[in-house]
Design a protein around this ligand. Structure first.
Ligand code: TYD
Length: 203
C-alpha cells in the first residue's frame, strides 16, 4: 500500500461527528501559514451527487453499482484537477471526511469484500487515519436528532460497520499508516483538541 504524505482521513460510523470536527479543524487552521484543504466523499462532483441521491433514497441502485460509483467518484477526487494528490504534492495538508475505508466497510457489508477491495486497491493510503469510535446506539440517537435517515443509517447496519472497522484498521496500521482511535463520545471540544494535538505536530 503506497502512502500519500500530507493526506489525512476521518472515518467512523454515521453520526460519529467527522463532519463537525472537519469544520472545527478548518477554523483552527485559519491563519496558520500552512495550506489546508478540507474535503469529503462522496464529493460534490457529478458522481458524488448521484451517490447522495441514492443515499437519500431518491434513486434506487444496486449495491454493486454504488461500489463502482464510490470508486469512480474517488478517482476524480484524488486525481482530477485540484484534487487530493495534486494538493498533497504541493505541500498542503489535505483532510478528507471519508475515503477508501468507508467503501471497504460499507460496501463490504452491502455486496461482499471482493468487489470493493478490487475497485479500491490502487488508491494510496493516507498518512494518518483518525477512527471516530462511537457506540452505534449513541450515534443513531444523534442521527435521529437530525430528522431524516439515509440508506445505511439503521441499527443492524451500524453495528456491522463498527465491527468491520475493527477488522480493517489493523491492515492500515501494518502498512505504516498512523491509525489514531478517537473516543467520539467525548464532548466536541475534547475531540477537537485530541485531533489538534496530532495536526499541530505536523505544522
Ligand atoms: P457521510 O459522511 O455520513 O455524509 P453526510 O453526513 O453528509 O450524509 O457519508 C454519507 C454516507 O455514505 C455514509 O453513510 C457512508 C457512505 N459511504 C459509503 O457507503 N461508501 C463510501 O465509500 C463512502 C465515502 C461513504
Amino acid at each position: 500500500m503506497d502512502i500519500l504524505p500530507n493526506f489525512i482521513v476521518f472515518e467512523g460510523g454515521d453520526g460519529a461527528g467527522t463532519s463537525t470536527q472537519l469544520n472545527l479543524l478548518r477554523e483552527k487552521m485559519e491563519g496558520r501559514g500552512r495550506r489546508f484543504f478540507p474535503t469529503f466523499e462522496p464529493t460534490n462532483g457529478p458522481l458524488g451527487r448521484v451517490l447522495r441521491s441514492a443515499l437519500e433514497g431518491e434513486l434506487t441502485l444496486k449495491g454493486e453499482t454504488l461500489a463502482f460509483l464510490f470508486a469512480a467518484d474517488r478517482n476524480e477526487h484524488l486525481y482530477g484537477p485540484g484534487g487530493v494528490r495534486e494538493r498533497c504534492r504541493e505541500g498542503a495538508i489535505v483532510v478528507s471526511d471519508r475515503y477508501v475505508p468507508s467503501s471497504l466497510v460499507y460496501q463490504g457489508i452491502d455486496c461482499g469484500d471482493e468487489l470493493p477491495q478490487r475497485l479500491n486497491e490502487g488508491f494510496p493510503a493516507p498518512q494518518i487515519l483518525f477512527y471516530f469510535e462511537l457506540d452505534p446506539l449513541c450515534a443513531l440517537e444523534r442521527i435521529q436528532g437530525r430528522g431524516k435517515q439515509d440508506l445505511f443509517e439503521y441499527r443492524e447496519f451500524q453495528e456491522k460497520v463498527c465491527r468491520r472497522y475493527q477488522d480493517i484498521l489493523p491492515r492500515y496500521r501494518d502498512a505504516g499508516v498512523e491509525v489514531i482511535t478517537i473516543n467520539a463520545a467525548q464532548p466536541i471540544e475534547t475531540v477537537a483538541e485530541a485531533i489538534w494535538k496530532v495536526i499541530a505536530a505536523l505544522l
